[in-house]
Design a binder for this molecule. Sequence first.
Ligand code: ADP
Ligand code: MG
Length: 890
Amino acid sequence: MLSQYADLCAAHEDALVLFQVGDFYEAFCEAAETVARVCEVTLTERSDSTGTYPMAGVPIDNAAPYLESLLDAGYRVAVGDQVEDAEQASGLVDRAVTEVITPGTVVDDDLLENGTTNYVAAVTGDRSGTAGSDGADAGGVHVDDRDAPDRVGLAAVDVGTGECLVTSGGVDTIGEELDRIEPAELIAGPHAPRYDPSDADRGWTHHEYDASAFGRDVAMAQLEPYVSAPDRRFGTDAELRAAGAVLAYAEYTQGDDGPLEYVSRIRRYDPRDHLRLDAAARRSLELFENRGLGASETLFDAIDETSCALGRRCLERWLRRPLVEADAIRARHDAVGELADRTLVREGVADALGAAYDLERLVGRISRGRADARDLRSLYATLSAVPALKRTLAGEETLRTEHLRELCDRLDELTELRELIDESIATDPPQEITEGGVIHEGFDEKLDELRETERAGREWIADLEASERERTGIDSLSVGHNQVHGYYIEVTDANLGKVPDDYRRRQTLKNSERYVTPELKEREEEIVGAAERADALEYQLFVEIRDRAAAETERIQALADALGELDALCSLATVAVEHDYVRPDLLDEPDVGIEIEGGRHPVVERTEESFVPNDADVPRGSIAMITGPNMSGKSTYMRAVALTTVLAQVGSFVPAQAARLPVFERLFTRVGASDDIAGGQSTFMREMSELTEILHDAGPNSLVLLDEVGRGTATTDGRAIARAAAEFVHDELEATTLFATHYHDLTDLATERERVFNLHFTATREDGEVTFLHRVVPGASSSSYGVEVAELAGVPTTVVDRARELIAEAAEDDPDRSLHEFVGEADANGDEPDAEPDSGADTAADGTGGTRRRSDEIVAELERLDIARMTPIEALNELHDLRSRLDSDE
Ligand code: ADP
Ligand code: MG
């Protein structure tokens, strides 16, 4: 057995092999130690002629949690099943790897969340000689581009549903796409840059994959069964090669049984076909994940009123890829509008969809030959919902909107398949498909005959006890059955004298004897024979029916798509009605800006008892400079505007009284480092690299949110950076921008620059308490709003006045403060309100002459550093160095 195990291990070097032994999956030797450790199961031993070796196993019945632990720990698991009936095997049972479970290719429902996607992606580069990338280092994704290809091909497949996406682009564009797709696993081919997830918690596991799979000819052959003329289908060589490799990998993980027929929806797209939202924006807008920045939910939670997994997945896809094509967006708005207006239709549709199972995953299982009879019944239940759905939609009144009519037409009833399943598959079948009970009575004559023979035989046996008691006159005679001897007649010792001649003794017990008769034996064989043949016939019939369902894969998938879209639209309509959203007026003309009346933050408005709606009027290409005290609502306001445009482009109505919006192509959001502490990445370096990305990539069709830019560093630098960035955004990019800042003097820009205007938030005192009105008003806030709030809060007048004095002094000093002066001064009088608490400034604050000299030296050193040319690690090392010099002198 061990050598068989070793063979499988050798054939699946990169995986941990689990080996079926009876009811357990076992691992041996080194792998056993891993399994024992990761799964927290006992390490045991097994001995055979070759010796004694460690063994650890998990129960097959309840393998899911253990497999999950192994995947979480970064292992891939090759499952070696017994592929031969243990009873029929002569010697060792044959075993083969039927599946390799990897993070990106799990298909087991126990290991996947409902209504989600799970992708494995492949990337590979094309190189034509000149190395280059399409912009700056993507702020979110770390890209090591020393060996940068011109163009990177990306292919991602969801092995559960068969969805396959293919695209290509520059190094950074693909990094952005990876962050959008969030594959669970990434395989890299030759010349692919190393992509690491921008968020390690949600990121992918990364590994190199057989380079030959990425070869052009190999990929062509690989793709042949999936698409016709692959070389014409894909935009670039890199796309073709990535698609070939990812499908090869997917097949490998599914046991290498040939093409995955249900991967028939291979969609090639251009990243520019969607609103580009990179990881940093998705994160700070909390589209899918809550970062604990004020709100307790995500935008997705706020708009998810879907009734089934198909709709949930569809809505998720939509939110990952808002549209940029105005007509397509308006078509969704039309549909949402009609569903919002027609309550009965909407509720009827939601009701019918509530009965729908996850067709996408079902069809995947059916096509892979992994579906059981219950899956087919689920398919039936889903298909059965379709006629009612069509009736609801096309009911009394005809549908007003084209989009809904078209969706209704796409609802394929698949009547024949539905009827076939209903006639053939038992209503409540068992999970096992080899032990009978899966095929409906009356479906197959031969099967019914066999079952009748079996039934008649059992009936005869059931009657046997009574008839034998009568024949023999033994009242205590009984008929029983056990695994070893089959049916028997049992007579107690006291009655042995009455036993007839035709009884043959089988077994002697303590106080009784067990017998059979020739007729009983014959009947028994008949029953067992009929049952076995019936079970086998049922299995065969089941497989035939499953194959017939598999033959309809494409139609079922098309139906799944239509159901998903319908559900997503219904969900948006429900949200619109329940939360009072309005249809945005979408205009794709170049000079249209944002005009929102009474806009709300879709998530915060649900948690805040009384949310204050605000208008937003931001002409195209202008900068709204937003000031106001801490906690006054600046960030919420900006995010509300961004989320409103995202929702609009998803096809949703928006949380406002009225909205007139342009179609943006890109959305950037940057939150000053110290404001993003929850992101766990409060480094100024990161803030700056993200800013770099905006300054490179934003343009007239971008919406840019800059929230407290520059906050991650000292005031002087931060203010300078914020101002320079604002000027650049205005002068060079002409991006429509919302700029929240606590650097009050930035409001001057409104007078210096044509397209900059000021907005601010204020606070008042009511009943002795400071109250934020959360209402945005035109103009700059009073320069000393911090002090104002202090005053409102009741800080003694002397302190407030002194603070005002200090501010005035600081303002005078400010313009020509050099870095040198700053360090000295900040240490001396501690007036550095925005320094990071652990910036180390206080270490040198003892005011002795020695410290002064030391800090002078260190300042000089700092000035010599060429920060622009340092990597973050070098910077950290340098910082550590400087710091330890300070410490060692103490
Ligand atoms: P700032 O960015 O100015 O520091 P935030 O936008 O983070 O302020 O808002 C602080 C808190 O105030 C939010 O967490 C929210 O609870 C509340 N808030 C913000 N805007 C509003 C509003 N329009 N209506 C009601 N509450 C609001
Ligand atoms: Mg804020």
